[in-house]
Design a protein around this ligand. Sequence first.
Ligand SMILES: *Cc1c(COP(=O)(O)O)cnc(C)c1O
Length: 241
Amino acid sequence: MIFLETPSNPSLDIVDLEFVGKLAKKHNILLNVDNCFATPYLQNPIKWGADIVTHSATKFIDGQGRAIGGIIVGRNELIKEVRFFSRHTGPCLSPFNSWILSKSLETLAVRMEKHCHQAMELAKYLENKNEVFNVKYPFLPSHPQYDLAKKQMRMGGALVTFEIKGGIEKGASFLNKLKMISFTANLGDTRTIASHPASTTHSKLTDSERKKVGIEAGTIRISVGLEHLDDIIKDIEMALS
Ligand SMILES: *Cc1c(COP(=O)(O)O)cnc(C)c1O
């Protein structure tokens, strides 16, 4: 099985779904796409040849940081096995969490529209700031795979990454100075979240392993929430200064 995520966490690299879809078919390999960052609203991997689509529903599908869960989508014959395994080993949603997640799906489209619009505006703002560099967002024309992102995604998503000049020390002081934005190792909430992959989600990798997947010591990942855009920008402005 080929298992991939696009956009990737946290580097926001894009994997060419049409290319990998054809490659998998040619070699008769299952293609499983982690669609967590894009959500079904922004990207539909099955259209490009994926056999299975996996979501962490904990993120945008819940969207409000209340429940953890996951969704696996695919043909009946494939899902039958997953269902059998889950029934007998335990990773099943409780009825209450299922209810929360299915209610959330009713607002996924409107939430994603706003998340994406605000993320795009924040990315443009950051690109003009002297204190940061390497601003990455799939729908910024400066993204090295901008055309590919435009081809397979409907909007750019809610995640923006950048590096603070001055490395890990300046990065840490930036995170500590944020007031409204939450410093947590989660994403996809109504609240804007800043995270520092090198010391949290990717702390188990060595420096050189992190570099290989595009994570520098000073890389900051922002999951843009649904607060007023001016408040988000103001908090970042204040922490940078
Ligand atoms: C968070 C995350 C996961 C894991 O999901 P959990 O709900 O925390 O188990 C998998 N893939 C991506 C891209 C994620 O961001």
